[in-house]
Design a protein around this ligand. Structure first.
Ligand SMILES: *Cc1c(COP(=O)(O)O)cnc(C)c1O
Length: 234
């Protein structure tokens, strides 16, 4: 299968699942996860019409963003855990930080980063309370983090991100429903201070895309179903 065929197939799956759930397919954004893919493949996906790309590692993202600077309307999303000592690598080329997962990280960005305008962020919520390895802030701590972002000079809250425990397929739906319930509550409590009334819910990867869309996802992050298996493991 060619890259173009993979993209068309994923877009069709998204559209069909959205329609099957009575949702507007345009309400689900496809982010192509390009970690470990070379820039030639990213350019090819861009030529197919994709604009949103997700990277996990700041170093790798920075190099690629520099190499692809001639694509002015490309939208880069950072989706991997960001260590505090990497905050200095953030710059205006970033469209959205999806993995804001602690108050300490938000405070560091507030102190160290300098952006031309506020950086859109998603607060990454810990979906599986029994698996702290999957990064994300516990629901109980998310409120304070959202408050900090809403009063920040550098950050702007755009919604929530989650990584599902793919090894627990039978629990996904229940865990995802909780993710949307908690996210919606956090969002509505701050609605008045928000620039936008649309809350982004970034949830779903190659394997759980359909479940995520059925539960309400507005943004899926798809790597392997578009680019094939990654050459390097992470
Ligand atoms: C790698 C990654 C993805 C994409 O996963 P695939 O299984 O390749 O679709 C999505 N989200 C995050 C946070 C990732 O690290």
């Amino acid at each position: 299968m060619s890259l173009a065929q993979n993209i068309a197939r994923v877009q069709q799956q998204i559209a069909e699942q959205a329609q099957a759930c009575g949702r507007n397919p345009n309400d689900v954004t496809l982010v192509a996860v390009s970690k470990f893919q070379d820039v030639a493949h990213i350019e090819e996906a861009y030529a197919c019409g994709l604009r949103d790309f997700g990277e996990s590692y700041t170093q790798e993202w920075k190099v690629k963003a520099q190499q692809l600077a001639h694509l002015p309307d490309i939208r880069w999303h950072l989706i991997g855990h960001l260590q505090k000592n990497k905050v200095k690598d953030l710059n205006d080329r970033l469209f959205c930080l999806q993995s804001l997962d602690s108050l300490a990280l938000a405070i560091e960005i507030e102190k160290k980063a300098r952006f031309a305008k506020k950086l859109p962020v998603l607060v990454q919520l810990q979906i599986d309370p029994n698996d702290a390895n999957k990064s994300g802030i516990p629901y109980a701590d998310a409120s304070a983090l959202c408050d900090f972002v809403c009063s920040s000079q550098n950050l702007e809250l755009h919604g929530f991100m989650g990584i599902g425990p793919l090894d627990k397929p039978h629990e996904l739906k229940t865990l995802y429903e909780r993710f949307f319930a908690e996210g919606n509550t956090l969002w509505q409590q701050r609605q008045r201070s928000m620039q936008t009334n649309k809350c982004v819910f970034s949830l779903g990867m190659s394997e759980d895309m359909s479940t995520a869309i059925a539960c309400g996802s507005t943004m899926v992050r798809v790597g392997r179903a578009i680019f094939g298996e990654r050459r390097r493991a992470h």
